[in-house]
Design a protein around this ligand. Structure first.
Ligand SMILES: [Zn+2]
Ligand SMILES: [Zn+2]
Length: 263
């Protein structure tokens, strides 16, 4: 199995935001490398899109959170609750939950509300915190993950996953312009970057198409996928705005879009 997928397979599960949309689910990206299934963020509706992508919650090994805004994290509770149905013996291997510092406090808060409804059998839920004040790096079986703090929330991190064959994908999470993101994304094969609002409607804590393009160009990213589109983006030529600053391969994310990254 591991030899069959030495690179990375990326499926955009949700290319949207907190705003309800039939076309765009809330933020979530599925990545597969070797036998590992990683979910980056899980906004509302993620489990349904996951099924549409042919994956179940029991296939997931890692949940990686960029930050804790509900449009990125809200499906965590239903996902763990669903893992208990009909009993929690169906999950055989631990579900590892990754995030910036504050992750365990965040989960403790959820547990204060939901208690045993979001508890699994001992050892089946594990938490890994990355330093959100500086670059951090951890190795896992068959891949590694690097993080860097980005400009959005105190806990916010962007992720760089590198597979066994050296392929890499960077996931920005939510961020304003970020030198850290440029460094993290240096020479990456694929940068999945938020582009929440059109150039003319830039808001603090988020990027626009031309800002995302600028980051991709400075990083030397080999391919750019823009995502996290608020409804204001739908009536604007996002590609044209991004082309002001970036001339490389460019895609606008759509739900269930699949990309393969291989060396
Ligand atoms: Zn956010
Ligand atoms: Zn967001």
């Amino acid at each position: 199995m591991e030899r069959e997928n030495p690179g990375l397979t990326v499926t955009i599960l949700g290319s949207g935001t907190c705003v309800p949309s039939l076309q765009r689910g809330s933020c979530s990206v599925l990545m597969q490398t070797g036998a590992a299934h990683l979910l980056f963020d899980s906004g509302p509706g993620t489990m349904r899109r996951l099924l549409e992508a042919g994956t179940t919650i029991f296939d997931l090994n890692y949940l990686c959170y960029s930050h804790f805004h509900p449009d990125h994290s809200a499906e965590l509770v239903p996902l763990i609750f669903a893992t208990k149905y009909p009993d929690d013996t169906r999950r055989q291997s631990p579900l590892k939950i990754l995030g910036g510092r504050g992750l365990t406090d965040f989960f403790a808060g959820l547990k204060a509300v939901y208690g045993p409804w979001i508890e699994l059998a001992p050892g089946l839920l594990k938490f890994v915190e990355f330093d959100n004040t500086t670059r951090d790096r951890k190795k896992f079986s068959g891949f590694s993950i690097e993080t860097a703090p980005v400009e959005h929330n105190p806990e916010s991190v962007a992720y760089r996953i590198t597979s066994a064959d050296g392929s890499s994908v960077v996931y920005s999470g939510d961020t304003d312009f970020s030198e850290n993101l440029i460094e993290l994304a240096t020479d990456t094969d694929l940068l999945i970057c938020e582009s929440a609002m059109p150039d003319s409607l830039q808001v603090k804590g988020h990027l626009t198409p031309s800002m995302a393009g600028d980051i991709a160009t400075r990083a030397g990213a080999r391919k750019l996928v823009l995502t996290h589109f608020y409804p204001d983006c739908e009536n604007v030529d996002i590609t044209r705005e991004c082309r002001k600053t970036y001339s490389g391969p460019l895609l606008l994310a759509e739900d269930l879009m699949e990309l393969k990254v291989i060396r």
